[in-house]
Write a protein that binds this ligand. Structure first.
Ligand code: GLU
Length: 290
């Protein structure tokens, strides 16, 4: 018997900026099955930090689609937009440690700064590495920019952060039935990533790390598309003294998933399928969760 407070904690964490599609269904069902197998709890977190793209109607649709799919979660839903104070606190801590700095640059200014530089490095999202323009600004220069009405994002100084003493940063990876393996984190692949946006006092990376810790998440199961993000998440966890969950980066849906359900199955929304008469049982069977 696992004591209640030692039960593994998993989460499904969709962003309400569109309707759930088969790829989300796969991730939700994967989490639900893993929670069942581990005797754990499954939490639902709504990642709605983006004020422009997040819509209440998408959140309502997420809850409805998950119920239709038969995915049940434990406890209240955590909505990130209601917890900006938690992320701000984490940012302040990193600022106090001298490993983040305000960056006033626009995308255009960054593009201009690196123009003509061949083979300029890019992060896993395809964005150019930040060239460091604002890194060495004096307090006076910063004040001048603020006074002229410019907003600042907060960037992590990845070189300084990596100098903060851990011998080795890595994580334990489980991958769909394979033996667990140790993976080395390589946060420097992100350059000086934004961890606080200009419009909200966090970024996806910081909010996820803070929430996973506050919610006691022990097992993060999410798509392979976020594998590289885990390197940065491990660095932030280390800097903020947060525990490291285990990670399971599951496959992404492509031709071998949902083939019978639709032609471009992985981008088909669950409500489209429902309207076409596809049942939740069909979806579960097709994705291998019958
Ligand atoms: N909110 C992210 C998404 O919808 C998932 C984040 C995560 O699982 O860490 O892609």
């Amino acid at each position: 018997m696992i004591a209640p407070d030692e039960r593994p904690v998993l989460r499904f964490a969709p962003s309400p900026n569109g309707y759930l599609h088969l790829g989300h269904a796969y991730s939700a069902l994967f989490n639900a099955r893993l929670a069942r197998e581990l005797g754990g709890r499954l939490l639902l977190r709504i990642e709605d930090i983006d004020p422009q793209r997040s819509k209440p109607e998408f959140e309502a649709a997420i809850l409805e689609d998950l119920e239709w799919l038969g995915v049940e979660w434990d406890g209240p839903v955590r909505r990130q937009s209601e917890h900006f104070a938690d992320y701000e606190l984490a940012l302040e801590r990193l600022s106090a440690a001298g490993i983040v700095y305000p960056c006033f640059c626009t995308r255009g200014e960054i593009a201009a700064a690196i123009e003509g530089r061949t083979n300029w490095p890019r992060d896993p999202d395809g964005q150019p590495f930040y060239p460091g323009t604002c890194k060495g600004l004096s307090d006076q220069d910063r004040e001048r920019r603020v006074a002229s009405g410019r907003h600042a994002a907060m960037r992590i100084d990845v070189i300084a952060a990596l100098g903060r003493g851990q011998d080795r940063l890595g994580w334990c990876e489980f991958y769909e039935g394979a033996e667990p393996r140790d993976v080395n984190a390589e946060p420097s692949i992100w350059g000086d990533a934004v961890i606080g946006r200009k419009d909200v006092p966090t970024s996806y990376h910081l909010a996820v790390v803070v929430d996973d810790a506050l919610q006691g998440v022990t097992d993060v199961a999410r798509g392979m598309d976020l594998f590289n993000a885990t390197s940065l998440h491990r660095l932030l966890q280390h800097l903020l003294d947060l525990p490291a969950p285990r990670y399971h980066h599951h496959r992404l849906l492509n031709d071998d998933g949902g083939r019978k359900l639709a032609k471009s199955a992985s981008s088909q929304t669950l409500r489209d399928l429902r309207q076409q008469g596809v049942s939740a049982q069909d979806v579960r069977r097709e994705l291998g969760f019958a």
